[in-house]
Ligand binder design. Structure first.
Ligand code: SDX
Length: 392
């Protein structure tokens, strides 16, 4: 059998499926959701519209969008028992680990979300997680801050409601502004799907065993947590803060990133598919400058980031390896300006990627894809006789 199998570490040259959801062109820096360019969607659409587009394949009309949002509002309660699971975590727990656990725990309170034999069952399992995951995100943040765990306000838009659940203070009138909500909405759209990346492939392979949507999403959240994947947005901010603490010495970090004996990588740089530029990074860079200016924030970290990007553009090591800023490089700068704690950055990535994971899981289930089970080339011991303990 080993003669027929070729190993492809990290599946760099292996296609896992046919999909009609997201199109990437790594050379031209193109990203489209169901045929619509990311530039147009980021500018003209709202996150909930994009979620609907990714999952069901077309932009919803007014009536479809309203019904979708109303169905989500109707399911936005979370069983109070879930708070006991949240209570079990120390305050120091990383929110990605908490949310992966809470997402898996949701199965116990929504058993109908597992055996989704009809599209109707699938629809309700999808609506419930789109409704409840933001509540769990808000509760996780509020638990860390010692704030009461409550709900948002169904009279608000989907993203504004998320912001209110995360940030409203007891005994204070909830205040926000359009700049903040629009920036958050745009960031969630930019993270919504990205074809067969590590966490989406994880959702697909776990879902291929028919373990259910929430178990598959819980696994996807864990995969996204890694610093080589979604965890990079937190690692970028920590790296930029370290450079700032080092007096802005970007050259030192560039040298470390190029030193093969140093495990340090320039976080937020490089991409498996984009070998030119990540179109999302271009949009987020502009948005970061606009949001900080609109909010009157002068954050030296943005200047350090821009300096690093400029230096890498002129550095042979990075140019030869086609390493450019990716989606994670500038996003943390906006999250920070919006008052989101660094530890929650990857959670914001998960919040954005949720509809993409759902869309990919739904496509895989509707096509009745077979269970994922790759082969291997065996390189271990030949057959050998057992030796009893006293003779070893
Ligand atoms: C995301 O797949 C997706 O679509 C992911 C994502 C999505 O939307 O789902 O776009 C989101 O995960 C973006 C990536 C976030 N990760 C980081 O920013 C972490 C830093 N980047 C790297 O770890 C790396 O670039 C990856 C993980 C993004 C891509 O890894 P690959 O494709 O496996 O590339 P590689 O590790 O084989 O690197 C090729 C070369 C190596 O050097 P050589 O052995 O050829 O000499 O480039 C070097 C690497 O050492 N390299 C880097 C580097 N990234 C690659 N060197 C220094 N700093 C880096 N950031």
């Amino acid at each position: 059998i080993s003669g027929m199998i070729t190993i492809d570490p990290g599946y760099k040259n292996t296609g896992s499926c046919e999909s009609a959801i997201t199109f990437l062109d790594g050379e031209k820096g193109i990203l489209r959701y169901r045929g619509y360019s990311i530039e147009e969607l980021a500018e003209k659409a709202e996150f909930l519209e994009v979620a609907y587009l990714l999952i069901f394949g077309h932009l919803p009309n007014k009536e479809e969008l309203e019904r979708f949002h109303n169905d989500i509002k109707a399911e936005s309660h979370v069983d109070e028992e879930m708070k006991k699971i949240l209570d079990g975590f120390p305050k120091s727990a990383h929110p990605m680990g908490v949310l992966s656990s809470l997402t898996s725990a949701l199965v116990a309170f929504n058993p109908g979300s597992v055996n989704v034999s009809s599209e109707k069952d699938m629809y309700w399992a999808i609506v419930k997680i789109l409704a409840k995951f933001p509540v769990l995100v808000a509760w996780t943040l509020r638990k860390k801050k010692g704030l009461p765990l409550d709900y948002g306000d169904d009279s608000l838009g989907y993203v504004e409601n998320i912001h209110k659940m995360m940030f409203k203070k007891p005994n204070h009138k909830y205040e926000t502004n359009k700049i903040v909500i629009d920036a958050l909405d745009k960031l969630l759209i930019l993270h919504a799907d990205h074809e067969q990346n590590c966490s989406t492939s994880t959702v697909r392979i776990v879902g291929s065993s028919h373990a259910g949507l929430y178990a598959s999403l819980s696994a996807g959240i864990s995969a996204l947590w890694g610093p080589l994947h979604g965890g990079a947005n937190q690692a970028v901010l920590e790296m930029l803060e370290a450079i700032e603490a080092d007096g802005g010495d970007t050259k030192k970090y560039m040298a470390k990133a190029k030193d093969k004996n140093d495990p340090f990588r320039l976080m937020g740089f490089g991409h498996r598919v984009y070998k030119n530029f990540d179109p999302r990074a271009k949009i987020i860079k502009v948005a970061a400058e606009e949001v900080l200016a609109d909010l009157g924030i002068d954050d030296p970290i943005l200047e350090i980031a821009k300096g690093l990007a400029k230096e890498a553009l002129e550095d042979k090591y990075f140019v030869d390896r086609k390493l450019y800023p990716n989606v994670d490089f500038y996003s943390g700068i906006i999250y920070r300006a919006l008052g989101i704690p660094t530890e929650m950055f990857t959670v914001m990535f998960a919040l954005g990627r949720l509809p993409g994971w759902i869309a990919q899981w739904r496509e895989m289930r509707l096509k009745s894809e077979p269970i994922g089970r790759p082969r291997q080339v065996y390189t271990g011991e030949k057959q050998r006789p057992f030796v009893c303990l006293e003779n070893r």
